[in-house]
Design a protein around this ligand. Sequence first.
Ligand code: ATP
Ligand code: ZN
Ligand code: ZN
Length: 850
Amino acid sequence: MTYRVAKVIVDVPSRETDRPFDYLIPDEMQGWIEIGSRVGVPFGRRTVQGFVLSLHQESGMDPRRMKPVQELLDLMPPLPRDLVKLAEWMSRKYACSMISALQAMIPAALKGKAERYISVSGFEGEDEVEPEAEGSRAKDLFAIPTMLTGEEEEIVAYVKASGQVTMDHLSGRYPDRAGEIKGLIQRGILTESQMIKDKVRKKTVKTVVAVVSGEEAEEALKSFSGQARRQKEVLQFLLEVGAPLTLQEVLSTLRVTAGTVSKLTEKGFAVIEDVEVFRDPYQGRRFKSSEPLERTPEQEVVFGKVTEVLDDRSYGVFLLHGVTGSGKTEVYLQTIERCISLGRQAIVLVPEISLTPQMVERFKGRFGGKVAVMHSRLSTGERYDEWRKIREGRVQVAIGARSAVFAPFADLGLIVMDEEHETSYKQEETPKYHARDVAVMRARQHEAAVILGSATPSLESYHAARSRADDDFAPLLLEMKQRPSGSRLPGVHIVDMREELRDGNRSMFSRALHEGISSRLEKGEQTVLFLNRRGYSTFVMCRTCGYVAGCPECDISLTYHQKSNNLRCHYCGYAVPAPSVCPECGSEHIRYFGTGTQRVEGELAKLFPGIRVIRMDVDTTTEKGSHEKLLQAFREKKGDVLLGTQMVAKGLDFPDVTLVGVIAADTALNFPDFRSAEKTFQLLTQVAGRAGRHQLPGEVFIQTYMPEHYSIIHASGHDYGSFVREELNHRKTLHYPPYSRLILVTLSHEQLPLLLRMAENFAGDLRAKAQRLGWYGNLDRFAEEALDILGPVASPIPRIKNRYRFQCMVKYRGPLDAVQLVRETAAATLDNLRDASLQISIDVDPQMLM
Ligand SMILES: Nc1ncnc2c1ncn2[C@@H]1O[C@H](COP(=O)(O)OP(=O)(O)OP(=O)(O)O)[C@@H](O)[C@H]1O
Ligand SMILES: [Zn+2]
Ligand SMILES: [Zn+2]
């Protein structure tokens, strides 16, 4: 079947271009171009990158008005068909453009940009001169070089010799001849064209191979004179090894120069070749290999259920609710092993890969070279190579954060999502997708299995599993309540900090926690101290007048950075040197309220002289690999205390940790977010799970000013069930998820009055539409289909980068397509105003209500 027309999604981010455009497929691309191919196409006066959405025999458009595809950028389409389909689904579900969905699926290295190239007209390199070009204008001109000045001639000769050069290169070589170059282009002697260029290329290394064999070798070696002793050594070495060696290896092993090797190649005894290699971020690292453990009875049940679906090649989602340390990871490893043995591939999603080095170690240890790691801290090139290993079928397992859910495996069998309740699975930028929903969708496409694992499942997943009868796609709940090590869950004590204060203890450590740390120091056991990052910002405040340093562009306080001693805005990047006197009242009593962790560290040093503290927070973990190093140091017992924020809560498994302290448990509870209680419960449960995981029993102290709060009480009792029951009741009364769904619409503009009017128009419009459809106001009436609109109100951060922000919250229930309704209404609002600076952002199922 020959296709003449390709529908292409172009990489031009605007509302008007969010649709496929038709292009002709040139003959030479027949058979090569596929759905998912990346192409360069002319668009207006530019060349842009695009993706082929579909192929057709004809188009509704007049073929004479259609332009041809200019370039095919890869031999193998970067996007398999299922991902192209998935992008269409994402664009509907999350109200995002097709191009943003497609871009989210490929590595940054493939986000090519057009580059301008110059060539001599009619010549595209020596051997590509077409006979038809004979007698063309360019040829004629060329035949009469006198028409060119000497300088022009030099430029033309250079371009001709190079075949093709980039505009940047040419102007760099002839910096003061812009006029001549432009003139040559205008007169048609030089041609300017645009081509897409990738940010990163495949990496190659220079490799040396001997090209003489057996008997020849003897002769060859004899032929070297005394002076060529080094060359002889190299050849001997190459013959001995009998396999290609990298040039680098040869040079460093024999301590010869590159000149020696190239003499050898000149004589024809060896050749140097560029060989394509994969950049390996874990090169040289050894991972302790591990064998599958004998499954506990609980693990056996879970394993059985999942492998049944795998063996059937059918679709199935499992919610694995297992207490901390119950052996969930071992279940992931064993089900993945089965998946691989069936010839299929698996994806492992973790909340933030740089925070989970232990997880990577366990997967590399079990599956070795079969694993690709999609790490946010890899270079663009390294990430591209890991991705290529997946696309080319060289690995069977991909492990990574959120975006690894798009790993382009051909026959996906299993997706594991560890800590499925984590909010980092939701992307906060466009496309604002949730990896959990994407995982489920991919599993449906591939008839694959999904395991959502957590000690504290999200209420959404848990509720869905409980109401499975209503929904075939809902997850099946599987539980693991025991720890295989036989160790008990640690005893948790709630410490009322108000009481401490009443008794005259003004320290940030309660007497009980103080006592606990002392005794661990004596026994040589370890302590983990946890501080909730939220609520402990590092702002600068004047103690005399109360002035707080804020960003002039955004309504938010600036954050102090110790290393650079300046104040920065986390939203727009604005930075100023930290003041030494108050800019308002001139007082010297202006000081920064250091990160919580720094303050705790200071206090520890005061209370326990000589204590060794390993601090893990944003300041100590900026460098690549720093997490691993800090954790390794703690494992080797080079520290008595591991002190940190959220980072220490995840996945750590140290045998000598017997005490966990939470400095202030309630800092997150006062946040204006309906998930505050849930997040607090999850965090406390996670942190508490770090203690006493092995032989030694563990103990946990939770310090709080709200000891009666149900999230704290139930976390201390390791009682997920009771917490969920109570929390679900609240959610039901207030119509919050999982009993309704949310869409957060944020409008922004520089002018406040205009913005306010537009926000009101938008909300009014939406309300009217919902009313006509009979949905509006039914939330309280328990109708099956209901929709409500709250707002507009000023956003919690009312101004960012000098743009004011207003938001509306849409709550809805039932099978109605609220996303489409909101999207249409937003489009109408934008069309009516015709003011390009009004922005409307739509966040479906928002996690952050800022
Ligand atoms: N079947 C088993 N037999 C013996 N030991 C096991 C078994 N399964 C797991 N373990 C061990 O129990 C400990 C906890 O297991 P694992 O890390 O898999 O639990 P987890 O539920 O993923 O933990 P968390 O999510 O709390 O970090 C590990 O040290 C692991 O080696
Ligand atoms: Zn002041
Ligand atoms: Zn700012």
